[in-house]
Design a protein around this ligand. Structure first.
Ligand SMILES: Cc1cc2nc3c(=O)[nH]c(=O)nc-3n(C[C@H](O)[C@H](O)[C@H](O)COP(=O)(O)OP(=O)(O)OC[C@H]3O[C@@H](n4cnc5c(N)ncnc54)[C@H](O)[C@@H]3O)c2cc1C
Length: 460
């Protein structure tokens, strides 16, 4: 990395209100760190923005200096594009304010907010919108790629609830994108990732949710998985949209409601969320218990914000992570059998296969309504390769890849960009399918020089 002239850096420091962090500064290593420990890059400069107006200065300075730009929301993305090697990282992670207008059912969200910031602010008014299932995930990356979670079947993807976004484009202009203004851009950012500019504020529509919801886990032994998964598939066919049941195959963590001798054994877990009337929900979920003879269950009424954090202890930052993902219109026997076969040879205690149950409202939006086009996806399967020791990289990655290949013939076309790893850029065109050509045209209009290329890149 060639050293930067002091005067050049001083000029940047004068222009931004936020901190400029350089290699050698006391907390440089802390600030450049992201969720996935497999990614360790050293930006030449980190601009920790504290206000939207810092962003155009950071972009302009980076372009004048000839340095690459990466953009960090909460730094959760598996591919690690939030951090660059030798360039300028525009770090938005300290801009976490969420303003709620409860009367209008709207939230105005700064780009560094995590799901925890968002959910806490909106739930203090008994409101929510669909976001992901791990509270340390960033709103920014999640929204720009699509976003789904427990509320998706009822209220759609996160992007289906985006009302407007304020962006700074590659030439430093601040613009608003919505259904009424810069409509092409609004179409593109709903799924097209960080390709078109730096979002400095998101506006979402909100819905009454909870605050108490019926949620929890039922844990079966893996040797019952064949019948559990087949019954699961039939059950969710007629489930109401308030109910989402996700599946996880992994080794049992030391959960207090499981007998000690089950800890570390392969299990199949049903993760249940019901957002409607509690009594009705109790009746609806009763059949799940009869899918097999469970090791144990922990189902009850709890605040929505607490459930949103339920998986956080299994998804802490600092581990090595390698993911592979497919969308499914249906869960064929062959796909379920492959899941069971690969769950039997899980290579580390933290690796898991999960099936996110979506569909419902997310399937009622036309494919070309916005950049994200997987409106036929009813399930999103993700294989979380996750481990601590670099010596296990090859084994764990080989397992994830082999599982991905084994289930590929049963998956639908396309991919969810938010689950794609660094080495999957060849999947980008396929990920957008018929919407790619329009995305490339909009990219040419807003970022012809591909200033924002550290992402799942759409070529101008
Ligand atoms: C443990 C875990 C659980 C997850 N669960 C879910 C889930 O339930 N549902 C779901 O849909 N997804 C889920 N995801 C995927 C998640 O949506 C993506 O990782 C998302 O990119 C994270 O957003 P971030 O802001 O934290 O990411 P970052 O790493 O900060 O950013 C990702 C990319 O987005 C772009 N970007 C970020 N902020 C901006 C901005 N303000 N303006 C322009 N571009 C920007 C940049 O290109 C950046 O490289 C999960 C991820 C993890 C690691």
């Amino acid at each position: 990395m060639a050293p930067l002239h002091t005067e050049t850096v001083d000029e940047l420091k004068r222009r931004v209100e936020g901190r400029v962090v350089l290699p050698g500064d006391q907390n440089y290593d802390e600030v450049r760190k992201i969720w996935n420990a497999m990614i360790s890059r050293r930006p030449a400069v980190i601009v920790q923005c504290t206000r939207a107006d810092d962003v155009p200065h950071a972009i302009d300075w980076a372009r004048q200096t000839g340095l690459e730009i990466s953009v960090r929301g909460a730094g959760h993305n598996i591919a690690g594009n939030a951090v660059c090697e030798g360039g300028v990282m525009i770090d938005l992670s300290t801009m976490t304010n969420v303003r709620v207008d409860a009367a209008k059912r709207r939230a105005y969200v700064e780009p560094g907010a995590t799901l925890a910031h968002f959910d806490e602010a909106v739930q203090s008014h008994g409101l929510a919108t669909p976001v992901g299932i791990n509270s340390t995930t960033g709103i920014s990356g999640l929204t720009l790629g699509g976003g789904f979670g427990w509320l998706t079947r009822k209220y759609g993807m996160t992007i289906d609830n985006l009302v407007s976004a304020e962006l700074i484009t590659a030439n430093g202009k601040k613009i608003l994108a919505s259904e009424n203004e810069n409509t092409d851009l609004f179409w593109a950012i709903r799924g097209g990732g960080g390709n078109f500019g730096v979002v400095t504020q998101f506006e979402f529509t909100l819905h009454p949710v909870g605050p108490q919801v019926l949620t929890g886990l039922i844990v079966f032994p893996l040797d019952q998985a064949k019948r559990v998964l087949r019954q699961y598939r039939d059950f969710v066919e007629s489930a109401p949209e308030e109910l989402s049941v996700w599946v996880v195959l992994r080794r049992a963590p030391p959960l207090p409601f499981l007998p000690k001798d089950v800890h570390g054994k392969e299990v199949v877990v049903l993760a249940v969320f019901y957002g409607g009337d509690i009594g009705e929900g109790e009746k609806l979920i009763a059949p799940l218990r009869r899918f097999g003879k469970a090791h144990g269950e922990h189902i009850g009424v709890q605040p929505y914000v607490q459930w949103q954090k339920a998986f956080d202890p299994l998804l802490t930052p600092g581990a090595r992570n390698y993911w592979k993902s497919h969308n499914f219109k249906e869960l064929r026997d062959e796909a379920l059998d492959a899941m069971i076969a690969f769950a039997k040879k899980i290579p580390s205690p933290q690796c898991e296969i999960f099936i996110g149950h979506i569909g419902g409202a997310a399937n009622r939006v036309p494919v070309d309504a916005m950049a994200y086009g997987h409106r036929d996806a009813r399930f999103v399967m993700n294989v979380h390769g996750r481990w601590n020791d670099a010596a296990d990289d090859a084994t764990c990655m080989a397992w994830a890849r082999a599982f991905f290949d084994a289930t590929a013939p049963h998956a639908s076309a396309g991919a969810y960009v938010n689950f794609m790893t660094e080495d999957e850029s060849h999947r980008v065109v396929n990920a957008y399918g018929a919407n790619y050509a329009r995305l490339a045209r909009i990219k040419r209009e807003y970022d012809p020089e591909n200033v924002f290329h550290l992402n799942q890149n759409i070529k101008p």
